[in-house]
Design a protein around this ligand. Structure first.
Ligand code: OAD
Length: 241
C-alpha cells in the first residue's frame, strides 16, 4: 500500500465522515434505500421535519443516543488521535460525525461541522448549547428551563448553515504556511460544504488523499485514493520522516 509521507513542514487536515465510525457499530447514512434508520432523511434531519413532528425527531435522536453511548473508538479513530499527538498545531480534524468518538479517542483539535449528538440547545432563546445525554421518552418534547421554548438537538440539519467560525477555522488552517496535506476518510463526498474542501485544498497547492471503502462522489478530485476500511488503512497509512 502507498504511504502518506509526513515531514516536519507538513500540516495535516483530516476530514472524516460516517465511514470512520462504521467499525464502531454506528450505521452510515447513505444506504442503498435513501433512508436513515428507516426514516426519510428530511423527516428527522431538517427544520421542517422538526416543526412538523418534534416528538418524532426527539424520539429518533434519543434512539441515536442510546445506540451511540456505549460505542467505542476503533483503530481508525485511535490512529487519528495519535497523529494529533505527534503533530500538535500542525494538525486539524474536521468531522461530519456527531457521535463524539474522535474526542473519546483523545482528539482535541476537532471541528464538529455537523454538531454533536450529546448536545442540546434551545430552538428559541440564545442560551448556550449544553451537554445532554438524556434519552427522552417517546412522545415528549423537552422544554427550555430558561424560556419555555422547545429544545432541539445541536445538530446541523439539511437546509441549515454550518457555524461560520467552524468553517473559518478550517479555511484558516488550510491557508497557513508549509506543505498542506488534506486527507478525507469514510465520507461519500455528497454533502456540502465538506465535499468541497478537497477542491479548496488543491487550489492552495495541497496534496489530497481519500481513504474510503467505496469510490466517493467527489473521488475524481483527489490525487490519491486508497480503497479500504479506515480501521485497517489508517494505522499504517502515515510515514513520519
Ligand atoms: P455517508 O453514509 O454518506 O458515507 C459514508 C462513506 O463511508 C461511504 O462512501 C462508504 O463507502 C464509506 N465507508 C463505510 N464503511 C467504511 C469503513 N469502515 N472505512 C472507510 N470507509 C467506509 O456518510 P457521510 O459522508 O459522513 O449530515 O455523510 C455526510 C453527512 O450526510 C452526514 O454528516 C450527515 C448526513 O446527512 C448530517 O446529519 C447533517
Amino acid at each position: 500500500m502507498e504511504t502518506l509521507r509526513i515531514d516536519e513542514r507538513t500540516r495535516l487536515l483530516v476530514l472524516t465522515g460516517a465511514g470512520v465510525s462504521a467499525e464502531s457499530g454506528i450505521a452510515t447514512f447513505r444506504g442503498s434505500d435513501g433512508l436513515w434508520e428507516n426514516h426519510p432523511i428530511e423527516q428527522v434531519a431538517s427544520p421542517e421535519g422538526f416543526r412538523e413532528d418534534p416528538a418524532l425527531v426527539w424520539h429518533f435522536y434519543s434512539q441515536r443516543r442510546a445506540g451511540a453511548k456505549d460505542c467505542q473508538p476503533n483503530a481508525g479513530h485511535l490512529a487519528i488521535s495519535e497523529w494529533e499527538r505527534r503533530l500538535g498545531d500542525r494538525f486539524l480534524l474536521a468531522t461530519q460525525n456527531v457521535d463524539g468518538l474522535h474526542r473519546q479517542a483523545g482528539n482535541r483539535r476537532v471541528v464538529e461541522l455537523h454538531g454533536n449528538l450529546f448536545t442540546t440547545r434551545c430552538a428559541r432563546c440564545d442560551r448556550r448549547p449544553f451537554e445532554d445525554r438524556t434519552e427522552y421518552p417517546e412522545g415528549t418534547v423537552p422544554r427550555c428551563d430558561e424560556c419555555g421554548g422547545r429544545l432541539r438537538p445541536h445538530i446541523v440539519w439539511f437546509g441549515e448553515m454550518l457555524e461560520p467560525e467552524d468553517l473559518f477555522r478550517v479555511e484558516q488552517f488550510m491557508s497557513e504556511e508549509g506543505r498542506l496535506v488534506f486527507l478525507a476518510v469514510g465520507t461519500s463526498g455528497a454533502v456540502w460544504p465538506a465535499a468541497g474542501f478537497v477542491d479548496e485544498a488543491r487550489e492552495l497547492g495541497g496534496e489530497t488523499w481519500l481513504v474510503n471503502a467505496d469510490p466517493a462522489e467527489n473521488g475524481g478530485s483527489f490525487h490519491r485514493f486508497v480503497r479500504g476500511k479506515s480501521g485497517d488503512v489508517l494505522p499504517i497509512l502515515l510515514e513520519f520522516t
